[in-house]
Design a protein around this ligand. Structure first.
Ligand SMILES: [Zn+2]
Length: 240
């Protein structure tokens, strides 16, 4: 099976296959060699020359779009692993730009993108569900958070900043012991419940101001009681 090299290795140009030991591009260039390891005969371009060359290349690409894409497809077919490594290296280096570009393309071609996604889902159903299972096993907290959010959205209550809530929850989930907001019992962060001070069923919102950490006992007993009913049942009512 093919295993991806470490991130540091991505910088190694996969094009210089004729070298015994691959050398990072930058090292080659500073040693006066081309990316294929041959001595560089021409002088490096000045910034102005480079800019002109870039414009020329862009013009050439525009005029020979089909030819270029056919060549790229053929190259990709022949050198799939190298091409993937190269793509990975490019992505790591230009993450923000790539993401912005993808979003722009999506906005401009929404109908096609959606149809493409639909076809992809139909064609790769088994692989997708296998991937999802692995993801769910590795990220149980994210999955349960998303499930809870879906459940809350269905109720149609006001929802605050979910990022803030997630950050807050991540913090106390890691704590060895946290205090129940209602009874003060110390419970493991992993086992504590996230509770709505004013129950969602009583018009409370899913926002940071209305959330507290609760022990499972209090959370279950409180359920959908109003605050008055619940406070009355506590040995030491929480003053609000
Ligand atoms: Zn409690």
């Amino acid at each position: 099976m093919f295993t991806y090299p470490q991130i540091a290795d991505y910088r190694i140009n996969p094009m210089n296959q004729n070298l015994q030991t691959p050398v990072p591009c930058r090292a080659l260039s500073s040693a006066g060699l081309t990316r294929n390891g041959h001595p560089r005969k021409r002088k490096p371009l000045t910034p102005e020359q480079r800019q002109k060359k870039r414009a020329r290349d862009a013009e050439y690409s525009r005029k020979n779009k089909d030819r270029k894409s056919a060549y790229q497809k053929a190259y990709y077919g022949k050198n799939k692993i190298e091409a993937l490594l190269f793509q990975n290296a490019y992505y790591i280096k230009n993450k923000a730009a790539v993401k912005a570009n993808t979003r722009k393309y999506y906005r401009e071609n929404k109908a096609e993108s959606l149809e493409y996604q639909r076809q992809y889902r139909i064609a790769n159903r088994a692989a997708i569900s296998a991937r999802q299972k692995v993801y769910a096993k590795e990220n149980p907290d994210i999955i349960s958070r998303n499930g809870r959010l879906r459940y809350i959205r269905k109720k149609g209550v006001a929802i605050g900043n979910t990022g803030t809530i997630a950050g807050w929850e991540r913090f106390w989930r890691k704590q060895k012991r946290v205090s129940c907001y209602w009874c003060g019992l110390r419970v493991a962060g992993k086992k504590a419940h996230m509770d709505h001070i004013i129950a969602l069923a009583k018009g409370g919102s899913h926002s940071i101001e209305n959330l507290c950490i609760s022990c499972s006992n209090c959370n279950q007993r409180k359920n959908a009681k109003t605050l008055e009913q619940w406070n009355a049942s506590l040995a030491q009512p929480v003053l609000l």
